[in-house]
Design a protein around this ligand. Structure first.
Ligand SMILES: Nc1nc2c(c(=O)[nH]1)N[C@@H](CN(C=O)c1ccc(C(=O)N[C@@H](CCC(=O)O)C(=O)O)cc1)CN2
Ligand code: MG
Length: 286
């Protein structure tokens, strides 16, 4: 029987535990603070940001959004980040992606103080991840690792294959899996004979943005399949990058879309906001 890796249930359980931690921190005078910058009116981004605030409110994290118009200049956005870097009540800062074309994503991400970079996108945190030093890790890959842990899925020594090499999912996930002693293969849009690689996977992770591109013939029997995609199919239905109906019976475990990786992304963000705020308890924060 195939195990459905329920991200919603797992995220809820992690957040219940985190609520207790936040309550204790508040009693000691520290309320974790999360600042989210939302640029423009992308409807999906607005929903994700709203969901982050809902989750934060529920567990006692103080969170707020700075909404900026799509026409904002890079200089104004950088000035806002500098202000938040200096705000002692703000532990974590994130800029919702994607950004409008006139703004350099790299310039913006590099401007966030590494100590407050709750998304783990700053090069300092990326470097810490690749050298296996403690630091903040991108929320989606961190959430995926939490999901594997919750279902006691072994990683060490397994063949892990990642489809997709983005900075926010594929690359940091490769580092986390490597740090957990998996044998990692990265594949992408120019990989020759993709199926030859995916069929070797004990653990298959897919983050391409191409609806239902992973079919039954591309998956080894008994593989664990983690679908990071969130796409609309021709009928307008929300689907992942994996053809769930075909692949699920062949897999030993699989994430659904929705309700798999998505909720874990937000849970991971909350966990890392609290970790950053903990440094204020022992006075080591900036
Ligand atoms: N600064 C960042 N920008 C973006 C990130 C990020 O981690 N940091 N990730 C994505 C968007 N994202 C969070 O920001 C995100 C996307 C989706 C979900 C989610 O819960 N999805 C649901 C389905 C939602 C639906 O019905 O449309 C699910 O999978 O169940 C959470 C977070 C890009 N930008
Ligand atoms: Mg999901």
């Amino acid at each position: 029987m195939t195990t459905i890796l329920d991200g919603k249930k797992t995220a809820d359980a992690l957040m219940t535990a985190l609520t207790e931690t936040v309550t204790e921190m508040k009693a000691r005078g520290v309320t974790p603070g999360l600042a989210v910058i939302l640029v423009g009116e992308d409807p999906a981004s607005a929903i994700y940001v709203r969901n982050k605030h809902r989750r934060a409110d529920k567990i006692g994290i103080r969170s707020f959004t700075i909404a900026m118009p799509a026409t904002v200049s890079e200089a104004d956005l950088l000035a806002k980040i500098a202000e938040l870097n200096d705000d002692p009540d703000v532990d974590g800062i994130l800029v919702q992606l994607p950004l409008p074309a006139q703004i350099s994503e790299a310039a913006v991400l590099n401007a966030i103080a590494p100590e407050k970079d709750v998304d783990g996108f700053h090069p300092v945190n990326v470097g810490r991840l690749w050298t296996n030093e403690p630091g903040v890790v991108a929320s989606t890959p961190f959430g995926i690792m939490q999901l594997l842990k919750a279902y006691q899925i072994p990683v060490a020594g397994k063949n892990a294959v990642i489809v997709g090499r983005s900075n926010i999912v594929g690359r940091p996930l490769a580092a986390l899996l490597l740090n957990a002693s998996a044998t990692v293969t990265m594949t992408h849009s120019q990989t020759a004979d993709l199926a030859a690689h995916t069929r070797q996977a004990d653990l298959l992770f897919v983050a391409t943005g191409r609806p239902e591109m992973i079919t039954e013939d591309m998956v080894k029997a008994g593989a664990v399949v983690v679908d990071v995609g969130m796409d609309r199919n021709a009928a307008g239905k929300l689907v992942g990058d994996v053809n769930f109906a075909e692949v699920a019976p062949r897999a030993s475990a699989i994430t659904p879309v929705p309700g798999g990786v998505g909720p874990m992304t937000i849970a991971a963000l909350m966990m890392q906001t609290v970790e950053l705020a903990k440094r204020r308890l022992n006075g080591s924060a900036k």
